[in-house]
Design a binder for this molecule. Structure first.
Ligand SMILES: [Zn+2]
Length: 113
């Protein structure tokens, strides 16, 4: 139920924010998900429909955007996307890498009414 907790946290963030801005309804939520965040995008819509019932975000459209994983290699200094197959440095094949982005998820923007 990882996704459900994320959706609940998302609603707790966006609903008060939208109300603060005088919105009566949230129409769209632009939600960015890191490739390595472990969030299953197909679950988001289903859980959102359940969690948003009775809130001003009910029936809002969620626009999901995947944020690609980025790494920094501690051996050769490479920065960029990892080797997709082995998840290592594509330059020197080292596994001594650090994930610099792709694990995060955040609300990029909202469309309200
Ligand atoms: Zn490297």
């Amino acid at each position: 139920m990882h996704e459900m907790a994320i959706i609940e946290a998302l609603l707790e963030t966006v609903v008060p924010k939208a109300k603060e801005n005088g919105a009566e309804k949230i129409l769209e939520i632009n939600f960015h998900i890191g490739e390595m965040s472990g969030i299953v995008p197909s679950c988001i819509h289903e859980y959102f429909a359940i969690a948003s019932k009775g809130t001003i975000a009910e029936h809002a459209k969620i626009n999901l955007k995947t944020v690609p994983a980025m790494i920094r290699c501690n051996d050769c200094g490479y920065t960029g996307t990892p080797d997709k197959q082995n998840y290592c440095c594509p330059e020197c094949q080292s596994f001594n890498i650090k994930l610099t982005s792709g694990r995060e998820y955040y609300i990029e923007s909202l469309v309200v009414e």
